[in-house]
Design a protein around this ligand. Sequence first.
Ligand code: ARG
Length: 459
Amino acid sequence: GSNAMWGGRFAEGPAAVMREINASIPFDKRLWKQDIAGSKAHVAMLGKQGIVSAEDAATISAGLDQVAEDYAANGVSEDLTLEDIHMQTEAKLAQLIGPVAGRLHTARSRNDQVATDFRLWVRDAIDETLAALGALRNALLTRAEDHADSVMPGFTHLQSAQPVTLGHHLMAYHEMIVRDASRFVAARARMNQCPLGSAALAGTGFPVDRHMTAEALGFDEPTRNSLDAVSDRDFAIDYLQAATNCSLHLSRLAEEFVLWASQPFGFVALSDQWSTGSSIMPQKRNPDAAELVRGHAGRIMGCMTSLMVTMKGLPLAYSKDMQDDKPPVFEAHDLLALSIAAMTGMVQSATFRTERMRAVAEAGFSTATDLADWLVRVGGIPFREAHHITGRAVKLAEEKGVMLHQLSIDDLTGIDARINDSIYDVLSVDASVASRVSFGGTAPANVRAAIATARGLRA
Ligand code: ARG
């Protein structure tokens, strides 16, 4: 038969494929809690404004509670004939309370309804994400504190550059995560306006109280333009952009775990819980979770791209293309939640092989800059010349197969007579990191100060 919601105008029902392409219930059933909350706020307002009687409003509200109980207990069925979560809920309500259910949709359209539901969902998703990022931050801070003094090679071009501390390295990721959290916080603040009462596109002639519904749903205020309100998905794009940035950072951290867990690096041993074996090569301990976090970043970026491309050519106001807004947001959320949790687990449980890190830092002539800086500071030599002298020292050490601090004083004075014994004070990796006391530098004292500051931060 024809559709129950608009049957007045239609003699025939939709073709099967029409029904299928039109239905969003398979995915928008995830909005059921928000849909119930939005409807309850709406009907309370209708009752208070006398748009429906107080009695009908109470009946509808209690009916919505029952629908919610049913959803919670039995899930939401994917009845394609009911198209989406909004129709599904209204149909269930009608089954429970009869024709009075038909008063709920007064002064409302699915256009402002879905815009409201989806904002509520994204807002919850942001809160969940922020909590998860908080846990990751804590994990990074804890491990950074454990390793405020652990020396490792710092890299540029993935070549040993200068020694840093592992604590400093982990705190670099902490900085990224703090920025990510701030993007979610900003997205949340920007989106916290309520579309409800914008109706289909033009607003409504019923005496609605939009401030009341906005407040009831925890929004700061109602949206200011009805056309914008029903056609805006910036809040979802903001969310996806924040998620994408965050996933890029997680991917970089994941990449380091993959690299560090490899035999040539040997910087980290992943715990049993966070690695997998191979069905053919018994010696293997693979960093699959890290690889998947790296992979998921691509998919999350794809979700962002998907919604941006969906929106870019749409005229005002609502178009059905916008129904495609939800799958990429849901997918990105699920992938990001898994990625954050996985990186948190890996950071918490990894064994950092600090002797290996130290040995690689020492072997890589990573204190060459310290030697050059000493020549500048103590010998008064211009940096460019100091750089040249140091290059010769590195070359000699390489030829002799020794580290810089293993060159004899004769070797060194042979290169430049202005060198003396006190050079050895700066050639160790510990001396090197301890000397980097500029604000934001890798000196252990600075790292500890950075951790203390970070612990005081509220995202
Ligand atoms: N399921 C629809 C969506 O997610 C709800 C809005 C439908 N509005 C409409 N005018 N057909 O976009």
